[in-house]
Design a protein around this ligand. Structure first.
Ligand code: BG6
Length: 485
């Protein structure tokens, strides 16, 4: 891998502290950050290099699982950090940034490879990209890459505008749009689960699968983010990006070859085959909810409308459930159910593949009920794969009962999503980043839902905090003869 300058916009922010510094530290410890490397922090505050290094150290002491274990290498790591104050909207401020990048490259012998990481509020994405171009920061002997956080736009039109602006400064193959769900180990494992296991390869279609369910439930509420969340809602915060990415990763067919362009091509095909909604029929396929007060883990919590920063009249969605159809030969007729929400009973992200239950018919009159075979992929907080089968239990007079074959991935020391994503960006592998076309097609599907929500065309169901969402979300599946597993 090449030696790089890692240029971090928003270096004094929360994400840098919690995720980016610990990820870089682990990569450094694992020799995955090729020496020499330069890390340049940029933010509005007037800090010295020493103050910044101390900040990085403190961040690691709180958020790095390897901080205490490998403290002896810390000083070496911190030496790579420099800081420069920057008002991202002031063109003149970029000159000292360029000087600093170049002087460090010269000092360390780095060949001009530059990774720009935007960990800033989305309204600054385009101005930073254009200043990188205008001020010549993106012009060097080496490569340049732009890593960008979500949200990528607020709706279809704003996402398109943003992309247009970015593309004047960076080519598509230089833009790495982070969706941290794509960095989760079990999501990355979906590919191997299908590709490396012929039994699943042959089963992965509407001949054998009756439905697919994807759940991401959270126990946290809006936290201190009302300002953002009350305008975003679950639909923009989770559904348009993470949930649709999980759908693509689950449903995509086997690429002709392994490689980012093949995989992304297959994902795009799924999005193109998604049956689109109209504002008028959203209500038949989508349930929106908002949490009321309730109890989670023995603790009473407030209703969404009572959260600090939220208007008591807010109609914002904190829960979404939807039924989606992929109109292609492999998936025609298989409903994909997706749900996500805040203040639910437990924190859990999982995918459940329900297989067709032909046995059910065969056994008619035998008074023996076979449960459907299920393949359950737990993404977090536990990482596991289980397969539910029916077997006879000799202790129960040979009655068939569901049993589960279970594999749990090692929980400790598994690289975090940010670690593997930053590593991929550094080596130029875009497989687990969202391509613009995926983002655009996702917004395209979501757009009528946004409009139907804005016009209050469908009811806003309330659900008690600590539950698994509104009743209507259960009815959505019952209509089709299914239930949430
Ligand atoms: C973020 C959302 O993208 O994902 C948050 O903005 C959400 O609202 C978070 O809590 C969930 O991520 P994870 O990794 O905890 O499932």
């Amino acid at each position: 891998m090449d030696s790089v300058s890692f240029i971090l916009f928003g270096a004094t922010g929360d994400l840098a502290k919690r995720k980016i510094f610990p990820a870089l530290y682990n990569l450094f410890l694992d020799e995955k950050l090729t020496a020499p490397f330069s890390i340049i922090g940029l933010s509005r505050r007037e800090w010295t290099d020493e103050a910044f290094q101390l900040h990085v150290k403190e961040s690691l002491s709180h958020f790095s699982r390897r901080f205490r274990k490998e403290e002896n290498r810390l000083a070496e790591f911190l030496q790579a950090f420099r800081y420069c104050a920057l008002d991202v909207t002031s063109s003149a401020d970029y000159e000292p940034v360029l000087n600093l990048i170049e002087s460090r490259e010269e000092e360390l012998g780095i060949q001009g490879n530059r990774l720009f990481y935007l960990s800033v509020a989305p309204e600054f994405f385009d101005i930073i990209a254009s200043n990188i171009k205008e001020r010549g920061i993106g012009t060097s002997k080496g490569w340049k890459r732009l890593v960008i956080e979500k949200p990528f736009g607020h709706d279809l039109a704003s996402a398109q505008q943003l992309n247009e602006k970015l593309s004047t400064a960076f080519r598509e193959d230089e833009i790495y749009r982070i969706d941290h769900y794509l960095g989760k180990q079990m999501v990355q494992n979906l590919e191997s689960l299908k590709l490396a296991n012929p039994i699943f390869q042959s089963l992965w279609n509407n001949q054998n699968i009756s439905s697919v369910q994807i759940t991401a439930s959270e126990t946290v509420g809006v936290e201190e983010r009302a300002n953002y969340y009350d305008r975003a809602g679950a639909i923009r915060d989770m559904f348009q990006n993470h949930m649709l990415q999980l759908l693509m990763m689950t449903a995509m067919q086997f690429p002709e070859q392994i490689g980012p362009e093949y995989i992304r091509h297959e994902k795009r095909k799924i999005m193109k085959s998604l049956r689109s909604l109209t504002k008028e029929n959203v209500a038949f396929q989508v349930i929106r909810g908002q949490y009321d007060s309730g109890e989670i883990n023995g603790k009473q919590v407030a209703a969404y409308k009572e959260e600090p920063g939220v208007e008591s009249s807010s109609t914002n969605d904190t829960f979404i459930a939807a039924r989606l159809w992929i109109d292609d030969p492999s998936w025609r007729g298989v409903p994909f159910y997706i749900r996500t929400g805040k203040r639910m009973e437990k924190k859990s992200t999982k995918i459940v593949i329900e297989f067709k239950n032909t046995l059910h018919d065969l056994q008619e009159g035998h008074n023996e009920k076979a449960t459907p075979n299920l393949l359950i992929i737990e993404i977090s907080p536990n990482e596991s794969v289980s397969l539910q089968l029916n077997l006879k239990n000799p202790l129960n007079y040979g009655q068939a009962e569901p049993v589960t074959l279970h594999f749990s991935a090692p929980g400790k020391d598994v690289p975090e999503a940010y670690e593997s994503l930053i590593y991929d960006a550094l080596r130029g592998d875009p497989t687990f980043f969202a391509h613009w076309k995926e983002v655009e097609l996702s917004w395209n599907w979501v757009q009528p839902v946004l409009e139907a929500f804005a016009e209050n065309i469908l009811p806003l169901h309330s659900y008690p905090a600590g539950s698994m969402g509104p009743k209507a979300a259960h009815q959505l599946l019952e209509e089709d003869g299914f239930k949430w597993w």
